[in-house]
Design a protein around this ligand. Structure first.
Ligand SMILES: [Zn+2]
Length: 234
């Protein structure tokens, strides 16, 4: 019986370490930004774009409420749709790095990590002239080397504190809003960074109309109580 204990601890330990590779607010593998310092601030962040037509629809909603957000773009989609990346930048939103092809970074060598970050930064710079300062790992997956390489390239790693599960196959505007509400109304001395998706990482053209609708309802619901800010103003 007792001889099995170290194995049990080993498995529990491995599970704990693996959990921390993905847990959005864990700091075990290095410091990341997970919240806004100001409890009255909310930061809307959109991953996996640019994505026609949902990114453009989202830009219309954000413009109507005069709110600025942060977009974590996939480099290869920026190269395919540079005009949408430019529209995001021209509207005053913050462009950020979500790697070139959206791989799981846990399994990449240091040199492939460097390529993923710099190819994405270059795609964004070529399309818009913007130099990116923030980075979010695909699937939230990181290990110490991932964060270290990002910092060496001048990129600040950003995670999130509210998950809306809008990538789920059966997600609706209601389900997205419910997850957002639970997160936002959880008492916290800090403001929240909200994870949403205007695209899907496997291909362009994925339907994100539920995210666009949920965004509009979030802005209606919380616009008076909170300030919506870009990640460089939280
Ligand atoms: Zn992603």
């Amino acid at each position: 019986m007792t001889s099995k204990l170290p194995i049990a601890f080993g498995i529990a330990g491995a599970a704990y370490l693996a959990y921390n590779c993905y847990a959005p607010t864990s700091q075990l593998y290095g410091r990341t930004t997970t919240h806004c310092d100001n409890p009255k601030h909310l930061a809307l962040t959109y991953d996996d774009g640019p994505n026609d037509v949902h990114t453009e629809r989202l830009l219309e909603v954000l413009a109507r409420y005069e709110v600025k957000a942060t977009f974590f773009l996939i480099g290869r989609f920026v190269t395919a749709r540079p005009q949408i990346a430019r529209a995001i930048a021209d509207a005053g939103h913050l462009l950020a790095n979500h790697t070139e092809t959206h791989p799981n970074l846990l399994f990449l060598s240091r040199s492939r990590l460097v390529h993923q970050f710099s190819d994405c930064s270059k795609a964004i710079a070529d399309a818009t002239g913007v130099r990116t300062r923030y980075f979010r790992p695909p699937f939230g997956a990181r290990r110490p080397t991932v964060l270290q390489v990002a910092r060496e390239l001048g990129l600040e790693p950003v995670m999130w504190s509210v998950t809306c599960y809008d990538w789920h196959r059966r997600a609706t505007a209601d389900s997205v809003l419910n997850h957002a509400r639970k997160g936002i109304e959880r008492s916290d001395a800090r403001g929240h960074i909200i994870l949403l998706h205007d695209g899907g990482h496997t291909n362009l053209g994925q339907d994100r109309s539920h995210t666009v609708e949920a965004t509009e309802r979030l802005l209606q619901r919380y616009g008076k109580e909170y300030y919506f800010r870009r990640l460089d103003q939280i």
